[in-house]
Design a binder for this molecule. Structure first.
Ligand code: ZN
Length: 414
């Protein structure tokens, strides 16, 4: 079974939004209380609490403390689960030790099978403005109006997550379990594409095409820089500071939506033309930990590689096509032609020149060619020149609108 998520924009009254905010604060406090309790328990008795013990502790805390009673009981348990999973990831060496959460970072609540109800599905508006709406009731919070822009199997929903973004927008994410798509048997020869993700160019394909940072994205990034400068001039925690902060959050979400839209479309484009996608098995975590310089690390976060990868993989897997992650080590320094490692290549070099055989090509193109080679496919024709992918349709036309007609792959939220 694989997990698929459907995200919908939700609207509520101001009162309900405020209730949600209060509950998020309570959930955050509960999370931190659990964290401290766990730490104490470990120091005292050298005992690591199990999932059930944490759940029970959360329920006990809720019984004792009126502040936590605002939360629905299953939500309380889920807060314990969230802490448990964060700790497990730390034990497995996948994440840092769970730390105290800041209230402005604790943004979502999760309901499992109980405590919510979707009703009053209806069509509203006319012509272009026609929308499918529905009413969602969340126990202890209240009612939300959802814009149901796509169908989803309601009877298979395993959990409902409500998330408040820093811009104040609210989304509801339904998680659905679906059977795995069968992988297609490959007719030889399969069409293979290597994709190198980067910072200068968002993606370089082994067929010589590349995806630039599109103009709307560039403009948005510029605006973010401007808004950040403005924010830094405001008095900390003043009214104007909050206003600037909110504007910045909105712009960030816009960039995120643009990017997601772009990569979903790139994914569709590639999945139509190719059977196999070869990607760097990029250990983003490792890279961030051992990252070369601070700026490079920040930029890595910025282009959120792991999300981009998840989106591309999703479009291939959905169609039963193959995704091949290959070791990322030295992909950008290996010569596609003779396999020699070019040790002198620095991050600043945009062109790859092999000291051994003299093969000269764009650095990212070389990397995207090395990828399929590592997976065992050698491209028969090697592109000589790079050409940009023409703008993907409808990109950036909706300035502050939502990019919604898409499903979320199993990227963790909250
Ligand atoms: Zn060479």
């Amino acid at each position: 079974m694989r997990v698929r998520a459907y995200r919908f924009r939700a609207y509520s009254s101001k009162t309900t939004a405020r209730v949600l905010e209060t509950q998020l604060e309570a959930a955050c406090k509960l999370y931190n209380t659990l964290l401290h309790a766990e730490q104490k328990e470990y120091e005292k008795n050298k005992h690591t609490m199990s999932r059930n013990e944490l759940r029970q502790l959360a329920l006990d805390l809720r019984k004792q403390n009126p502040e936590f009673q605002v939360l629905y009981s299953q939500v309380t348990q889920q807060v314990a689960d969230r802490f448990y999973e964060a700790r497990q990831r730390f034990f497995d060496g996948l994440a840092n030790k769970p730390r105290e959460k800041k209230p402005h970072r604790y943004l979502s609540l999760v309901y499992s099978q109980k405590g919510w109800k979707l009703s009053n599905r209806r069509e509203a508006g006319r012509g272009k403005n026609k929308k499918k709406k529905a009413r969602l009731y969340l126990s202890k919070i209240g009612f939300f109006t959802l814009i149901i822009h796509r169908e989803f199997p309601l009877e298979r929903v395993s959990q409902v997550c409500i998330k408040m973004y820093p811009s104040g927008r609210i989304y509801v994410i339904f998680t659905v379990e679906e059977p795995e798509t069968q992988e297609q048997a490959l007719d030889e020869p399969a069409k293979v594409v290597g994709v190198d993700l980067g910072i200068e160019k968002l993606a370089t394909l082994s067929d010589g095409r590349y995806l630039e940072n599109p103009k709307p994205l560039e403009r948005s990034l510029e605006r973010i820089r401007l808004l950040q400068r403005r924010l830094s001039r405001k008095k900390f925690l003043s009214g104007n500071w909050f206003k600037s902060k909110w504007r910045l959050a909105k712009e960030y979400e816009h960039v995120k939506n643009l990017r997601r839209d772009l990569f979903f479309k790139l994914g569709v484009l590639l999945a139509k033309d190719y059977d196999v996608l070869v990607l760097e098995d990029l250990d983003v975590h490792g890279l961030i930990q051992k990252g070369v310089t601070r700026t490079r690390r920040l930029r890595l976060y910025d282009s959120s590689f792991s999300e981009i990868r998840a989106l591309l993989e999703w479009e291939f897997r959905k169609r039963g096509k193959l995704v091949f992650p290959v070791p990322a080590y030295n992909t950008s320094r290996e010569c596609f032609f003779c396999g020699r490692i070019n040790k002198d290549l620095t991050l600043a070099d945009r062109v790859f020149v092999c000291p051994e055989c003299g093969w000269t090509v764009d650095r990212d193109l070389n990397a995207s060619l090395v990828l399929p080679k590592r997976a065992g496919w050698v491209p028969s024709v090697v592109p000589v020149e790079l050409r940009p992918i023409p703008p993907l349709p409808s990109l950036g036309l909706r300035r502050h609108g939502e990019v919604m007609n898409q499903e979320t792959p199993s990227v963790r939220t909250g």
